[in-house]
Design a binder for this molecule. Structure first.
Ligand code: NAD
Length: 279
């Protein structure tokens, strides 16, 4: 029997609890989002975050800066938000224009307000097995799913496909911190299927449609698909050949409706966590 991991439903339950918790607060958590330029996809993401924050009772402000803004001006803006006690969480929408170094921007955000958990202080805390102020949104969302479905991590062989700074790397560290045995695979990994076949928990965050096929998955494995890819017909698909792999998996996430809704859910929970830390 395969269980479908319904991220959309889990996220809604978490949102309901969060909205209730926020409704009881006199002072509300607050999120500031900076967007530079007019990238249409970035604008959609920022609007979604603003809308969700509003629904939950989180105060939000969107600061729109012109494409031509200098790095210095952007850093100054971040500094003023760092020093503003009315702002609990700061997010700079990526990607940034080429003339701005994202590393300088990420490192400017006060780690106590680093809602995306990109700052090396927070990432370093996780990498050294310590508690962080917050956790990266997509990996944390995956942990919330595993937790909701009572899927144990300790002692399991977790294989993570992908080593990006926002998903694969921090996820691998977090799995290690929870006592999984972790293997990280990437585009230069040889014999990928030999490794994925040994996974008790297989998580793919590669951005390659149908990368994970049925013969690459162990019977009864937990399969988590982070990938979001667009097919030629315009529909979304993940990295996993869902229809065939689901016959073998014990648990599996769909795309859409699996990991995706958990990422924005973690962002809102992180805003609340930072609010609590600061109050
Ligand atoms: P990225 O491009 O930064 O990293 C992709 C990683 O996958 C790299 O480390 C690369 O080495 C590895 N990779 C690529 N092709 C591979 C292959 N054939 N075999 C093995 N490894 C391979 O991507 P990212 O930002 O981590 O995102 C990965 C995917 O997850 C994308 O589809 C993205 O849209 C999606 N994503 C989804 C969410 C969500 O909320 N569900 C969040 C972030 C990213």
């Amino acid at each position: 029997m395969t269980t479908l991991i319904e991220g959309k439903t889990v996220a809604q339950k978490i949102f309901d609890n969060l909205a209730h918790e926020i409704s009881l607060l006199e002072k509300k958590p607050s999120l500031a989002v900076i967007i530079v330029g007019d990238d249409p996809a970035s604008k959609i993401y920022v609007n979604l975050k603003k809308k969700k924050a509003h629904e939950l009772g989180i105060t939000s402000q969107v600061i729109e800066l012109d494409e031509s803004v200098s790095e210095q001006e952007l850093l100054k803006k971040i500094d003023s938000l760092n020093n503003d006690p009315a702002v609990n969480a700061i997010l700079v929408q990526m990607p940034l224009p080429e003339h701005i170094n994202p590393v300088n921007v990420i490192e400017k955000i006060n780690p106590l307000k680093d809602v995306d958990c990109f700052h090396p202080y927070n990432i370093g805390r996780i990498a050294t097995g310590n508690k962080s102020y917050v956790y990266p949104c997509t990996p944390k969302g995956i942990f919330r799913l595993l937790d909701f479905y009572n899927i144990p991590v300790e002692g399991k062989h977790a294989v993570v496909v992908g080593r990006s700074n926002i998903v694969g790397r921090p996820l691998a560290q977090m799995l290690l911190n929870e006592n999984a045995t972790v293997t990280i695979c990437h585009s230069r990994t040889k014999n990928l299927s030999e490794i994925t076949k040994t996974a008790d928990i297989l998580i793919s965050a590669a951005g390659c449609p149908a990368l994970i096929k049925k013969d690459m998955v162990k019977d009864g494995a937990v399969v988590i698909d982070v990938g979001i890819n667009r097919k030629s017909d315009g529909k979304l698909c993940g990295d996993v050949d869902f229809e065939n792999v689901k016959e073998k998996a014990s648990f599996i996430t769909p795309v859409p409706g699996g990991v995706g809704p958990m990422t924005i859910c973690s962002l809102m929970c992180n805003t609340m966590d930072l609010f609590k830390l600061q109050n």
